[in-house]
Design a protein around this ligand. Structure first.
Ligand code: UDP
Ligand code: MG
Length: 321
């Protein structure tokens, strides 16, 4: 417990997205209170009601009367887990922000483990559900594949990037803009900004009340999101280097093909009309020009992206005069 001494007051914000979790909220709150009681830190609990149509909000309001650590954010409709987490980040005032699910699958008892790692100097600590209590075929297998792919593409190798139980140093999440279902990729996004990331094994329980909000279709979404992430991570500050290279390659190849065909035509007088190669050559030339044009437009977009936000293209950890 000693290790937490360094954190100041209003140390932690717990952010919990809730969508139709009326049967879980009360138990969750009491488990959470118990866990927080063991940590000598000032905490706030931010419940984000993501447009629940059951009694989730009523239960939350009642809980709030007896616990002033609770803050409730209630959406007008269901905006999705990423939006809910994002709202929690925006309103959190803790030095460390911890996210977890509101369905009792994550265990509040693991919070001290995460805090310990933050104290060691990590910016992000991700939970790893080493014995995950979910369906094998529809959950564990797709998740294995997804984690492997995510590691391969983003370079951030976590066993379980889908685990909601995570802790972040506040400055990591404060300037984060999340879209789509991007909350799963926060470590990857943050790593691009130099965040130090680690993982710890955490408990996982089967869902007892209410239903999961996701099915197999999530896997496809994760893969599509991965393409965006790859683009953001690798190309955001230098699109012309990527598209320009593709363009030059394609254009050169097209040029060689067309040059060869011109020789055939002019030197040997052979007709070109029935040669599929001509089609390929022309296609490569056009593609090349388009890639380069696309790269240039992307360069302008990139400048707008950074300059409109007044965002530097670097992140400083320490500055010593
Ligand atoms: N959730 C949410 N909005 C949504 C879907 C889910 O706030 O549109 C919340 C949900 O209430 C839960 C957490 O996100 O607290 C994780 O959802 P779920 O348990 O359904 O996901 P799973 O554990 O099945 O991956
Ligand atoms: Mg769940």
């Amino acid at each position: 417990m000693q290790v937490y001494q360094k954190l100041k007051s209003k140390d932690i914000s717990i952010v919990i997205p809730l969508y139709n979790e009326e049967k879980n909220v009360e138990r969750l709150h009491s488990f959470l209170s118990e866990a927080l009681g063991g940590i000598n830190r000032e905490a706030e609990i931010i419940f984000v009601d993501d447009g629940s149509t059951d009694r989730t909000f009523e239960v939350l309001s009642r809980l709030k009367m007896s616990d002033n650590r609770i803050k409730i954010i209630r959406f007008t409709r269901n905006f999705g887990q990423t939006a809910a987490i994002s709202a929690g980040f925006d309103y959190a005032i803790g030095d460390v922000v911890i996210t977890m699910d509101g369905d009792l699958q994550n265990d509040p008892k693991d919070i001290p483990l995460l805090l310990e790692k933050i104290e060691e100097g990590y910016d992000i600590v991700s939970g790893w559900r080493a014995s995950r209590q979910d369906n094998f075929l529809s959950r564990k297998i797709p998740s294995r594949i997804a984690n492997w792919l995510i590691g391969l593409i983003t370079g951030v190798r976590l066993h379980d990037s889908g685990c909601s139980l995570k802790a972040y140093r506040a400055d990591v999440v404060k300037n984060l803009k999340l879209y789509g279902d991007m909350h799963r990729f926060i470590p990857a996004l943050a790593s691009a900004r130099g965040a130090r990331i680690t993982e710890v094994k955490v408990n996982h329980h089967p869902r007892k009340y209410g239903n999961s909000k996701y099915g197999l279709s999530r896997t496809i979404k994760v893969i599509l999101d991965l393409i965006t992430i790859k683009f953001l991570l690798s190309f955001l500050t230098r699109p012309i280097q990527v598209f320009g290279l593709l363009g030059l390659g394609s254009f050169s190849l097209g040029f060689v093909v067309c040059f060869y065909l011109s020789m055939v035509k002019f030197l040997y007088g052979q007709p070109l009309a029935d040669r599929p190669l001509l089609l390929l050559g022309v296609l490569l030339l056009i593609l090349g020009v388009q890639f380069i044009g696309f790269g240039l437009i992307a360069e302008m977009q990139t400048r707008m992206y950074y300059e409109i936000q007044g965002k530097p293209i670097y992140v400083i950890r320490d500055f010593i005069e």
